[in-house]
Write a protein that binds this ligand. Sequence first.
Ligand SMILES: [Fe+2]
Ligand SMILES: [Fe+2]
Length: 149
Amino acid sequence: MENWISDFKGSLATQPLRDEHKKTYEILNGFNNGKVKDEEFIFHIEFLLEHHFKIEEEILFPEFEPYLKEYLPYMEPIKMVLAEHNGVRNLFRKFKEFKERKYLIEISNLLSQHIYKEENGLFQQIDKFLPEDKKNQIFFRITHGQREK
Ligand SMILES: [Fe+2]
Ligand SMILES: [Fe+2]
C-alpha cells in the first residue's frame, strides 16, 4: 500500500476520525506484512465497531445528511460507507463463528478501501460543505464522548 494517508488535512469535524484512520492504516499495513499480530488486529476491529463506526453513524453522518441533500440529489456517499460498515460487521461475525483467518484478510481489504473512500470522498465533502459552527459542535460531541468513556 502506498502512503496516501499522510497528506490529508481535515476540519474540526473530521480530524479526530481522520487521526483514527491513520492508526487503522498503520495496523492494516502491519497486518499485511506480518508485523501486527492477529490478536492486535482483532482488538482494533473491535475498537472500530464499538467506537469509530458509531461516532460516524450516530454523530457525523446524521449531522451532515441535510447538507449533502442540498447539493446532491441522492444519498449515495453516505449509503455506500454505511454498507461497508455493515460488511465489516458481517465479516467479523463470521470470523468469530468460524475462526477462519480468511475473514480477517477480507476485513483488512474492505477497511483499506473504506478508509480511502471516506478520506477522499465523503470526508472531503463534509469539510467543504458543513457550516463552521456545525463543525465545532461535532468536534465537541466527538471529543466529549471520548472523555466520558
Ligand atoms: Fe467509516
Ligand atoms: Fe472512518
